[in-house]
Ligand binder design. Structure first.
Ligand SMILES: C[S@@+](CC[C@H](N)C(=O)[O-])C[C@H]1O[C@@H](n2cnc3c(N)ncnc32)[C@H](O)[C@@H]1O
Length: 335
């Protein structure tokens, strides 16, 4: 997305769409493909066709003001007699999010049904009035997760980090449109990030053998990156800090290898782990691929890690020592 204009021009485009009541919920790529295949030569009739379904449009379909704003934002792509938008726009609550045009390529900026489930998970988990000061959204994509958290918790610092520079450009504009102040960072290794953070959130890639960067979760049937991000993200947590990760877990023979690896990894140490299935069956079409030959379903899961306060751990240790000393002074044989 080298041709993109500046943040202000992108925000102006979002503003124009908002003023016209634009709404669109992007489905999975497979659903998108099926819907478009009903009319392979279709041309866009309205804003939803252009910015939601990524359909080409002819001159006169869009208002001159929208065309001018697309030009200024660097998202107007000419294709002979027709034009196309270089971005899509998704609606979530009262926000609008720029993301990549369909079909996606390796540099695509992701936004899809997982984003809605991720934000819903965050909203439920953060509904207790807790106020993290420093928040990191790792693999932020369009920034939807971090921006939602900022609107709920009003942190002092929000960092949106991603390996994809195009994601950061769109995230900066999406944040500005939502009225959220965010730092964007081109980071690709969570282990090298400097903490601490009170809250770390992520929706990592989780598809096995997934090709494009935004979806390839690597080994463990796609769960390898999720495992790494939960482990590295937990190490960045401040006292009483929380990590919230939404991801997909492949279930083989009734067993969830991601859950088992995390339970083993967090069995000792200063963390409390929670793990729950949010949806038992997502992306069923992936199971036809060889990488999933022994997988019975992919579950959407929500993972929480909380670092216990060091103060309360020390208090517990002191109380234990006092109890032990009390027994010794009273002459009882230490057990
Ligand atoms: C499934 S998308 C989620 C995007 C966004 N958080 C959302 O929920 O819509 C995963 C994101 O992780 C990013 N990513 C993949 N590998 C990464 C890495 N090594 N470091 C940082 N970001 C990475 C991708 O570019 C992509 O934006």
């Amino acid at each position: 997305m080298k041709e993109l204009g500046g943040t202000e021009a992108l925000v102006d485009l979002l503003q124009a769409l908002a003023e016209r009541g634009y709404r669109f919920v992007p489905p999975t790529p497979e659903t998108h493909r099926r819907v478009l295949s009903r009319a392979p030569k279709a041309r866009a009739k309205d804003l939803r066709d252009v910015f939601g379904w990524s359909l080409p449009f002819s001159e006169g379909t869009l208002e001159p003001e929208i065309i001018a704003r697309m030009g200024a934002a660097g998202v107007l792509r000419r294709q002979g007699q027709r034009s196309k938008s270089g971005v899509r726009v998704a609606s979530l609550g009262s926000n609008l999010f720029l993301h990549s045009a369909y079909p996606a390529d390796d540099g695509a900026v992701f936004f899809g049904p997982d984003t809605y489930r991720f934000v819903d998970f965050l909203t439920r988990e953060l509904g207790d009035g807790w106020r993290p000061r420093r928040v990191l959204d790792f693999g932020a994509g369009s920034g939807a997760g971090g921006i939602a958290v900022a609107q709920i918790c009003h942190p002092e610092r929000l960092v949106l980090a991603d390996v994809n520079p195009a994601a950061l450009r769109l995230a900066a504009a999406n944040g500005r449109f939502a009225g959220v102040t965010a730092e964007v960072r081109l980071w690709d290794d969570l282990q090298r990030v400097e903490g601490p953070f009170d809250l770390v959130i992520a929706n990592p890639p989780f598809i096995a053998d997934g090709g494009h960067t935004y979806r390839n979760g690597r080994g463990m049937h796609g769960a390898e990156l999720s495992l790494q991000w939960v482990q590295a993200g937990s190490d960045l947590l401040a006292d009483d800090g929380r990590l919230l990760v939404y991801t997909g877990a492949a279930i083989c023979g009734g067993r969830d290898a991601l859950r088992e690896a995390l339970e083993q990894s967090f069995a000792d140490g200063p963390f409390d782990l929670s793990y729950r299935e949010i949806d038992p069956d997502i992306f069923g079409e992936e199971l036809s691929r060889p990488a999933y030959r022994d997988v019975e379903r992919i579950a959407a899961v929500g993972i929480g890690v909380r670092r216990r306060e060091r103060v309360s751990e020390q208090r517990e240790a002191i109380q234990g020592a006092k109890a032990f000393l009390g027994l010794v002074m009273a002459g009882a044989p230490p057990s």
